[in-house]
Ligand binder design. Structure first.
Ligand SMILES: [Zn+2]
Ligand SMILES: [Zn+2]
Length: 335
């Protein structure tokens, strides 16, 4: 029964620990041996003795943190013996390139740790694979009923329409450099936007890594290589931190946009001076979180990422056993 799994899996504030096998999942501190779900900074830290992850996640970590030592690639669905009778395998999480859920099995019990995930199709990564389990350790970034993400096609259409309506200006879209930026670009392409898309220098390397992994992003160019006149009527992507800094002053009268699940909250858009909020998230929204728990129907649900109260309450009102895990250091960098 699921209750027994608590004896071989120990949630700690620094991550999930398997004491018998001495391995951690997404630890926020350097450890001897780590299983890493994906490349975002709140899950992937450098400095582990051995890092087990998908080849894509390892490539992202090598690019971001210069971590290459101790890298142990694990293909999706490949089984790995960890010791203490525990076997681990990875299933796609649908979050960013290379993102995976960690599936742990021991004596007929199965625990799934989602990492970050979403259920919407994303042209830049494999879709989330539902894995039935005894204990589900789920993220809860947008675990409030107010967070219902609209279809991405509508948000991308608003972006294209805004750009077309202002041929003398540019639209400057703040988007996180890993995942969000590439998804926005790929969805622009899918919507028929074939014009060059211009990048802040900080996004170039990650976009190239995606391209090298077979994700077609079309004609990408660097803002630093363009004249001000060339950028009129164009769509430009930059890290959120560059939206209102000196860098954007050389652009032609930018219309400020931001692609984030938090744009559902008007106050967040106002805080960032965002004129065109685009509600685009790489996380499950409230409906996806609850539908996934129903679908997998675990004996217990453990909830991470801070916004856990509403989801714990929802589980309890549906006669599902749930508990919050107070993990530290999981931020919303990658929303
Ligand atoms: Zn993430
Ligand atoms: Zn996260």
């Amino acid at each position: 029964m699921a209750i027994a799994a608590s004896s071989w899996i120990t949630p700690t504030p620094q991550g999930i620990h398997l004491p018998g096998a001495d391995i951690w999942v997404d630890p926020s501190v350097a450890v001897g041996r780590a299983l890493v779900t994906h490349g975002h900074a709140d899950h992937a830290r450098g400095g582990h003795g051995q890092t087990i992850a998908t080849a894509e996640t390892l490539a992202i970590m090598a690019l971001r943190y210069g971590v290459a030592e101790g890298a142990h690639p694990l293909a999706l669905h490949e089984r790995l013996t960890l010791g203490d009778g525990i076997t681990a395998w990875l299933a796609p999480a649908g979050h960013v390139l290379g993102s995976a859920q960690v599936v742990l099995e021991r004596q007929g019990e199965r625990v799934v740790i989602t990492g970050d995930y979403k259920r919407r199709p994303d042209p830049t990564c494999l879709p989330f694979e539902p894995v039935p389990c005894d204990i589900l350790v789920t993220e809860a970034t947008f675990a409030l009923p107010v967070f219902v993400h609209p279809p991405i096609t509508g948000e991308i259409a608003r972006l294209i329409e805004t750009s077309a309506a202002h041929p003398d200006r540019c639209v400057l879209v703040g988007a996180y450099a890993l995942g969000k930026a590439q998804r926005v670009i790929a969805e622009l392409r899918r919507a028929g936007h074939t014009a060059p898309i211009w990048l802040h220098g900080a996004m170039e390397a990650m976009c190239r890594l995606y391209t090298e992994h077979g994700i077609d992003l079309g004609d990408l160019r660097l803002v630093s290589e363009a004249s001000k006149e060339e950028l009129a009527g164009q769509i430009i992507l930059c890290p959120p931190s560059a939206l209102n800094d000196r860098w954007s002053r050389r652009l032609p009268d930018p219309i400020t946009a931001m692609a984030s699940g938090w744009m559902r909250v008007r106050q967040r858009a106002v805080q960032r001076n965002v004129e065109l909020p685009l509600i685009i998230s790489d996380h499950a929204d409230w409906n996806e979180l609850t539908a996934t728990i129903r679908e997998l129907s675990p004996a217990e649900t453990w909830i991470t990422h801070g916004r856990d109260d509403a989801l714990v309450h929802w589980c309890q009102t549906h006669q599902l056993k749930a508990r919050p895990l107070d993990l530290v250091g999981y931020e919303d960098e990658d929303d």
